[in-house]
Structure formats: structure tokens, C-alpha cells
Design a protein around this ligand. Structure first.
Ligand code: 8NA
Ligand code: MG
Ligand code: MG
Ligand code: MG
Length: 310
């Protein structure tokens, strides 16, 4: 049976958080280490780390975006910055540039100038893409709006065209996944690729449509640059659309930026399959204080209601 749309909203946000929190255990590990430790995604999923799993900046910032959409119905820059700054906890593990920008935001300093000058041309890290999934849900019926609002959601920290387009690509993947009843892989990848302006995305997206073995997933990259992680996450989903666990497991087995790639892949998979597809043992391990599991579940339902009312 198909998940309801509300279950897809919840699946997307909790799928993002669980991918992030499980992936965070392996962040920065070389691929070879992961391959020695685990034979398969299934094995990784069946022997998760003991105790609670804690999410990182990826989920924390996705929460800020969802809160903004619930409150405003669109990306309102000042509200988004307020949510990012208020939610900011350095121990969640933010990117180097993001940390400077968010600390300036929090202190009431000129954070936009920093975002534009810290790196030449702005940041092309995957930080805009890792948090953008709620935008894909909210504007799922209207691709040009997904593209425009994903752009707006990037600007507080990521002004580099490749950082922005990475977020646009990921948001559109979420929008399409939340709409599909049975994934047509070819048209899924083509619909995203044809909206891209950067060959760095359209080329790999078209190759990902033809990916047929998990051993080739790593060819799309496992780094913190948006161009080395966004298509990887979408490709992990495209390889095993029927399984949330295999999707995030395969993403994590790549090593490198595991929390972020699994967060992005988990958000798409959850939007497609609904919250019921997230293994309950994993979901039960997700931290549940303050803005934890219960909060994220409710936030996703609030976002669903905001979507229905729009
Ligand atoms: P960001 O904007 O600081 O970008 C991340 C990194 O990408 C930067 O620190 C640079 O090394 C590099 N970079 C980005 N743009 C440029 C450029 N124009 N020229 C040269 N180098 C550039 O942060 P972000 O929000 O994009 O990063 C997201 C990542 O940070 C995610 O993986 C997330 O999980 C987090 N992260 C956390 C830890 C941790 O401390 N646990 C480690 C790595 C990443
Ligand atoms: Mg992180
Ligand atoms: Mg990361
Ligand atoms: Mg309506």
C-alpha cells in the first residue's frame, strides 16, 4: 500500500535525521575502512552503534528551514537567519565557513558579507543541499518554485552557484520522490538534469540514471563539496528506491561525508517510501530530547498542514 502524503513528509524529515545521525558515526572514514568493517549495507544496518544516535548540523539546519516554512509559507530570509542562529549549537559539527557565518549571525554582525567573502565566490560546500529537503516537500507541485525557494534557502551561507545549484537539485529530487507512486528512474533523473545549468550536475545525473551496481556509486564522490556528494545521494536512492535501509547503508559505506550523504539520500528515500519504511530499531535510537525525534515528527506534520493550506 502507498504511504499517505503526511507519512511521506514525516518520512522525509525523520529519514534525513536518521541518515545524518547514523552516518555521523562514520564521518571522515576512508572508503577502505568501511569496506573492511562491513560487507554490505544490510550488515551495517543490522549492527548499528550501541545506544542513542545524535544528529548533526544537517538536521539542525533542516529544522530551521522547516520552521521557517511553517511560519511563513515561503523562505523569508530574516526568519530563516533567525531560526539558524537560534538553533545553532557548535557541538553539532558545522562546516568551517558555516560556523563563522552562523556565529556572526548570532552576534548580530554582518553575516552576509562573511558568507560572500570567506571563500572565493562563496561556499560550494554541501551545506545548502544537506538542509533543503523541506523546500522540496512544501513546493512539490511546482518545480520552478522549488528551484527559486531552494536558491533563497541557500543564500544565508552559500552564495557560490555550485553550492546553490546543489541545493536546487536535491530539493527537486525530494519533490519528485514525494510525488512518485512507482519511480520511473529514467524520467526522475532526466527531469532534474534538464533543469540544471551546471554540467557538474547534469552530466553525473544522467550517468546516475544508468547506474546498475553499488560498486560504482563511489564514482560520484564522497566529499563535502556539493558537486562531490549531492548526485551521490540521489544515485544511492535511485539504486535501491524500494529500501530506505539499503539506500542510507550504501551511502554510509562510501565513507567520507557519510552523515551528509546519508542525510540527503535518507530524505529522498523517506519522501518516497514514507516513515513506515525507516527501520523501527533505528528510529528508536534517534535522540529524543528537545528538538529530537518527537519534535521532528511534529514539525513534519505541521509542514504538511502548511502545505495543505497553501
Ligand atoms: P562550509 O561552507 O564551511 O563548506 C565546507 C568546506 O568546503 C569548507 O570548509 C571548505 O574546506 C570547502 N569549500 C567550500 N567552498 C569553497 C570554496 N569556494 N573554495 C575552497 N573551498 C571551499 O560548510 P558547509 O555547511 O557547506 O559544510 C557542510 C559540511 O559540514 C557537512 O559535511 C556537514 O556535516 C559539516 N561537516 C562537519 C564536520 C564536523 O565537524 N563534524 C566535518 C565536516 C563537515
Ligand atoms: Mg553534519
Ligand atoms: Mg557531513
Ligand atoms: Mg492546496
Amino acid at each position: 500500500t502507498q504511504p499517505t502524503l503526511e507519512e511521506r513528509f514525516v518520512g522525509c524529515l525523520l529519514g534525513l535525521a536518521v541518515g545524518d545521525a547514523l552516518g555521523a558515526h562514520f564521518e571522515g572514514q576512508p572508503t577502505a575502512f568501511m569496506e573492511r568493517k562491513y560487507n554490505s549495507a544490510r550488515q551495517l544496518l543490522h549492527s548499528p552503534p550501541p545506544g542513542e544516535i545524535w544528529y548533526t548540523d544537517d538536521t539542525q539546519m533542516a529544522i530551521g528551514i522547516a520552521e521557517t516554512l511553517v511560519r511563513c509559507g515561503r523562505i523569508e530570509n530574516s526568519v530563516l537567519c533567525e531560526r539558524f542562529a537560534e538553533n545553532y549549537l557548535p557541538q553539532r559539527g558545522y562546516g568551517r565557513g558555516a560556523r563563522y557565518v552562523l556565529e556572526a549571525m548570532r552576534a548580530g554582525h554582518d553575516h552576509q558579507y562573511l558568507a560572500e567573502t570567506l571563500f572565493p565566490g562563496g561556499s560550494f560546500g554541501n551545506g545548502a543541499a544537506m538542509r533543503v529537503a523541506p523546500v522540496g516537500l512544501m513546493f512539490r507541485d511546482d518545480h520552478p518554485t522549488v528551484w527559486r525557494e531552494a536558491h533563497a534557502s541557500s543564500l544565508p551561507t552559500h552564495v557560490h552557484p555550485l553550492g546553490i545549484e546543489g541545493a536546487q537539485v536535491l530539493a527537486l529530487a525530494v519533490a519528485l520522490a514525494s510525488t512518485a507512486d512507482e519511480l520511473d528512474r529514467e524520467s526522475f533523473f532526466e527531469t532534474i538534469a534538464e533543469r540544471c545549468t551546471a554540467d557538474e550536475y547534469s552530466g553525473p545525473l544522467r550517468r546516475a540514471a544508468r547506474l546498475d551496481h553499488v560498486r560504482d556509486l563511489g564514482l560520484f564522490g564522497n566529499g563535502i563539496e556539493a558537486t562531490a556528494s549531492v548526485v551521490t545521494a540521489i544515485a544511492a536512492f535511485g539504486l535501491t528506491p524500494e529500501s530506505y535501509g539499503e539506500t542510507i547503508g550504501n551511502a554510509i559505506l562510501l565513507g567520507g561525508d557519510t552523515d551528509t550523504i546519508a542525510a540527503m539520500a535518507g530524505a529522498i528515500s523517506g519522501a518516497y517510501l514514507g516513515v513506515g519504511a525507516i527501520p523501527s530499531e533505528l528510529l528508536a535510537k534517534l535522540e529524543d530530547r528537545k528538538q529530537g525525534r518527537t519534535y521532528i515528527d511534529q514539525l513534519a506534520r505541521d509542514l504538511y498542514r502548511a502545505y495543505e493550506d497553501s
